[in-house]
Design a protein around this ligand. Structure first.
Ligand SMILES: [Zn+2]
Length: 147
């Protein structure tokens, strides 16, 4: 990470996009992809930003879950002022869901998570014995391995 960017002009553009090129057209993307492949500095930054995106999604999910749980507990126990506590819990849930949606829309976090899931599935698939692999439906095999 201490390394300097090999092409600061391209690096600056990438930084402005938070190193997210998933929304670019394919022919535009290749230049930046090759820069990311060559430049250790930008690759490190890109990784860091994706970790932050996924972290935010995870935090918003946990927060939404906690508020929902709080709502359930209040609803179940029915303490005094239950109505206002329920409203507060629901408002917290709604806010968490909004943040979740915002992060999901504004960052490539869903793509990152999907890629990680695919990578995990591929690795698990590679570990399966040959005979089981052969028995899996063709479609599923293509989906997992991409070949
Ligand atoms: Zn760079």
């Amino acid at each position: 990470m201490s390394q300097q960017c090999i092409d600061p002009i391209v690096g600056k553009i990438l930084a402005g996009w938070r190193y997210d090129i998933s929304g670019l057209a394919l022919e535009m993307r290749s230049d930046y992809e090759s820069h990311l492949a060559d430049c250790e500095h930008c690759r490190g930054r890109q990784q860091m930003h994706r970790i932050i995106d996924v972290g935010l999604i995870a935090l918003a999910s946990i927060s939404a879950g906690v508020f929902l749980l709080a709502f359930g507990v209040i609803w179940h126990l029915g303490p005094r002022h239950a109505f206002w506590l329920e409203i507060a819990a629901l408002a917290g849930f709604a806010l968490s869901a909004l943040i979740w949606l915002g992060v999901a829309v504004a960052t490539p976090a869903p793509v990152t998570v999907l890629d990680a899931a695919k990578e995990g599935a591929r690795r698990g698939f590679d570990r399966l014995p040959q005979e089981i692999r052969q028995r899996l439906p063709e479609e599923l095999r293509i989906k997992i391995t991409g070949t």
